[in-house]
Design a protein around this ligand. Structure first.
Ligand SMILES: CC(C)(COP(=O)(O)OP(=O)(O)OC[C@H]1O[C@@H](n2cnc3c(N)ncnc32)[C@H](O)[C@@H]1OP(=O)(O)O)[C@@H](O)C(=O)NCCC(=O)NCCS
Length: 206
């Protein structure tokens, strides 16, 4: 890429960021607390009765609508990303840590809505630890706690708690293996914007 092309890409990127920041003000207007630098692409529905999101919250909604809703408590930490078509519905409590990514069409719920065999329906808080990456079309069911830096593979149905630093896959999701991260790595979803190298540079002895 030439310098001129690169400058053009950067200009477009900046313009898109401004548009997404303006969109965030509108789309997140029903959120009780919104941190700094929120970005929204497309037209998600974010309208629960007790939602708070941290800094650098990013939501995309496109050919499939993203929905974050319910009359329960929803909390997102800092630097969380919710991708196209994801559905997050709380009737009790869904707590998401820092640096968590939800890929396309992820489904998270803290209630089954209906009971089985005449029993009352299952309803219990969901907790998602710092740095987790929830793969495309995965489902996290009521009462599940994901530890820190858990990677949920695409299409997994998570019915039980998952310990820190594990890859889980399948239906029902099982631990496939333990994950090992470089020093200072905060999140399972590594990319060029990942803060890891800077953190590692600060944390590692010279
Ligand atoms: C989990 C994932 C990231 C691969 O991670 P990885 O560390 O490279 O894992 P591996 O490929 O080594 O797989 C380890 C094992 O898990 C299995 N596995 C991986 N992904 C799986 C899935 N989605 N469902 C079922 N099993 C899966 C592999 O078959 C392998 O099994 P084996 O040891 O019996 O051969 C990838 O499979 C995945 O799910 N990607 C989806 C990413 C996504 O949603 N992106 C959207 C953009 S945000």
């Amino acid at each position: 890429m030439t310098d001129r092309q690169r400058r053009r890409v950067v200009r477009r990127w900046r313009r898109a960021t401004v548009r997404q920041a303006l969109k965030a003000r509108w789309s997140l207007r029903k959120v009780d607390v919104v941190g700094k630098r929120a970005l929204v692409l497309g037209d998600p529905t974010v309208d629960g009765s007790d939602i708070q999101v941290g800094d650098d919250f990013k939501v995309w909604s496109g050919h499939r609508k993203t929905l974050i809703s319910g009359w329960g408590t929803i909390r997102f930490g800092d630097r969380c990303f919710v991708n196209v078509g994801s559905t997050i519905i709380a009737v009790e409590q869904i707590i998401v840590g820092d640096d968590v990514a939800f890929a396309n069409e992820v489904f998270v719920m803290d209630s089954d809505s209906h009971g089985v065999e005449g029993r009352p329906h299952r309803q219990a808080p969901v907790r998602i630890g710092d740095g987790c990456w929830i793969g495309a079309r995965a489902m996290i069911l009521p009462g599940v706690t994901l530890g820190r830096r858990v990677l949920v593979a695409a299409g997994a149905v998570v019915t039980r708690d998952v310990p820190d630093d594990c890859l889980v896959a399948g239906n029902p999701a099982r631990v496939v293996r333990q994950l090992s991260y470089p020093a200072g790595c905060r999140r399972a979803w590594h990319d060029e914007w990942c803060p890891c190298p800077k953190v590692a540079a600060v944390e590692e002895p010279a």
